[in-house]
Design a protein. Structure first.
Length: 274
């Protein structure tokens, strides 16, 4: 059986940047998980004493707080500033951009439509920057039930599928007078998804590596399953099952934007040992 890695996979620019920031702030704590990968978070805690704090009220004056890649809500940032903690912002610039757009466009009187998962920390943060009406949707059906104004600004979660974003945009343009569209899906997401799609068509088993609560990793799994029915999402080599590879000729491997290279290599080596 051959084992092939996708042309593009793994750590994106924002995740690499955040990890470097965390490694350079030994003894700090992140507010919420820095990235959606528990194995990398454990490594940072073990090797760099970077803690994980979920309770914003637990931080005290002069503590060093690293803001996660997905960003936090505007009011949470102000709360930390008011507590006089040392804030190190590791928010991905691709996430900061839709925050700025939402703030600016809502200030100009536009209704804001965000294409994404309302429960995802990135979207909670982006939504919090609106000064007016803001709606989070995942499909066209949800749009049909909204009483939107004639002026609408649209942004997307950075890790969503562009094809689905275009469907929403098309509906809005047909049905509303003025629609301002901002492409806030990051390039790394495009590249990883295209590479996964290409590899899945050449494979009879696909392994997608990444956090099971990671939006971009779940998107990769969805794409892989479109072209390869035997596609599996795992976080570590201990989840591999030998029967997945019985009678298979080509195994493809891709990984989410928060998946470290050392985990990918562990999994690749274990598959090769079967």
């Amino acid at each position: 059986m051959t084992i092939n890695l996708a042309e593009n996979y793994g750590f994106c620019f924002g995740v690499k940047r955040a990890i470097e920031i965390a490694e350079n702030t030994v003894g700090s704590s992140t507010y919420g998980p820095l990235i959606h990968n528990s194995k990398e978070i454990n490594r940072l805690q073990k090797d760099f004493n970077v803690g994980l704090q979920e309770d914003i009220n637990a931080f005290k004056k002069d503590d060093t707080v690293v803001i996660r890649t997905h960003g936090i809500e505007k009011q949470e940032l102000k709360h930390l500033q008011d507590k006089d903690v040392n804030i190190i912002d590791a928010t991905c610039p691709y996430v900061t951009k839709p925050q700025e757009i939402v703030e600016e466009m809502s200030d100009k009187g536009y209704d804001i439509v965000i294409f994404g998962d309302a429960e995802h920390p990135e979207i909670k943060g982006v939504k919090s920057y609106s000064k007016g009406r803001v709606f989070v949707v995942l499909n066209q059906d949800e749009l049909e039930n909204l009483n939107l104004k004639s002026k609408i600004a649209v942004v997307a979660q950075t890790t969503r599928k562009v094809e689905n974003y275009l469907k929403l945009i098309n509906y809005l343009i047909i049905n509303y007078k003025e629609v301002r569209v901002f492409n806030t899906i990051c390039n790394a997401t495009f590249e990883n998804q295209d590479a996964a799609r290409d590899l899945a068509q050449k494979s009879d088993v696909m392994i997608v590596i990444g956090g099971k609560n990671s939006s971009n990793t779940k998107q990769l799994l969805s794409i892989a399953k479109e072209y390869c029915s035997d596609a599996y999402l795992i976080e570590g080599p201990e989840e591999l099952q030998t029967q997945w590879f019985e009678g298979k000729n080509a195994c493809g491997i891709t990984a989410g934007a928060s998946t470290p290279q050392w985990v990918i290599l562990q999994i690749k080596d274990k598959i090769a040992s079967y």
